[in-house]
Design a protein around this ligand. Structure first.
Ligand SMILES: [Zn+2]
Ligand SMILES: [Zn+2]
Length: 260
């Protein structure tokens, strides 16, 4: 778990329940969901009481045609208790699961939809998650700086666009260092010689986001989208057990995949 200032954003994720001030323990199952899964168009109300924007949400089958979901996690009781649908592989428990909320970014605890219609929040086993990530990441054309997570400590892995660095709670010096790396010219993918758009940092190169100096100078590995996606999926595969309560997917022209 990165120490120092970078742990602060966790506490701004008020909606994430018990995580504030905690150590490096895994997330327990009792996470307060930031918002219910809604089918069809829904209205989000701003604090002023006026309707600020419309969030269109995709139906489950349409959003995840490749995944089979447990019937029990989709019935009225599951919806009422705001438990997200689970893939069938989680039926008998699993050492590895993740809450996938692909189109939503949390800005100091507030949900901000980055892509519409937004796919609903779901709980996935590793294989189902990696299937979704690999397909989507390998098609993403924007620039990505990605940090390999510390498998023994991470509870969230999410993408933040450059413009949201500050609102998402990144420390200014960290945000500045990552932004600079995103602006640097990239060469070819080191796996296939296509133009690279991913800059990958292993956890040996950058153990935590507190290491601003290393973010500025670490060499990193350059990959095309396809091999960047592969690299990330391989890193997740190396993690023996995990309970991630937030994973999203990249959006926009440039940003960073970070872990806490
Ligand atoms: Zn599954
Ligand atoms: Zn490549």
């Amino acid at each position: 778990m990165p120490g120092g200032d970078w742990t602060k954003p966790r506490c701004e994720y008020g909606a994430w329940g018990t995580r504030c001030g905690g150590g490096a323990e895994k997330a327990s199952g009792s996470v307060t969901r930031p918002e219910p899964e809604l089918q069809g168009p829904a209205f989000a109300e701003a604090s002023s009481g006026t309707i600020a924007f419309t969030v269109a949400r995709m139906r489950l089958e349409q959003a995840y045609p490749q995944i089979s979901f447990r019937w029990r996690s989709r019935n009225w009781w599951a919806r009422l208790s705001r438990v997200p649908p689970e893939c069938v592989h989680l039926e008998h428990g699993s050492d590895w699961m993740a809450t996938f909320i692909p189109d939503t970014l949390y800005l100091r605890g507030k949900a901000s939809v980055r892509r519409q219609p937004a796919r609903p929040e779901v709980s996935l086993c590793r294989e189902c998650l990696l299937g979704e990530l690999e397909r989507e990441l390998s098609q993403h054309r924007g620039r990505v700086v990605a940090f390999e997570p510390d498998g023994s400590a991470f509870t969230q892995y999410f993408f933040v666009g450059t413009e949201e660095f500050s609102d998402a709670g990144l420390q200014p010096e960290v945000a500045q260092a990552i932004s600079r790396r995103l602006l640097q010219p990239m060469g070819d993918c080191q796996a296939c010689h296509e133009a690279a758009n991913w800059l990958w940092f292993s956890k040996e190169q950058i153990p935590s986001l507190d290491e601003v100096g290393r973010i500025a100078t670490a060499r990193g590995e350059e990959f095309c989208a396809r091999h960047g996606a592969e690299k990330l999926c391989a890193a997740f595969t190396d993690v023996k057990d995990a309970n991630l309560f937030y994973v999203n997917t990249p959006y926009g022209d440039a940003g960073a995949y970070v872990w806490i």
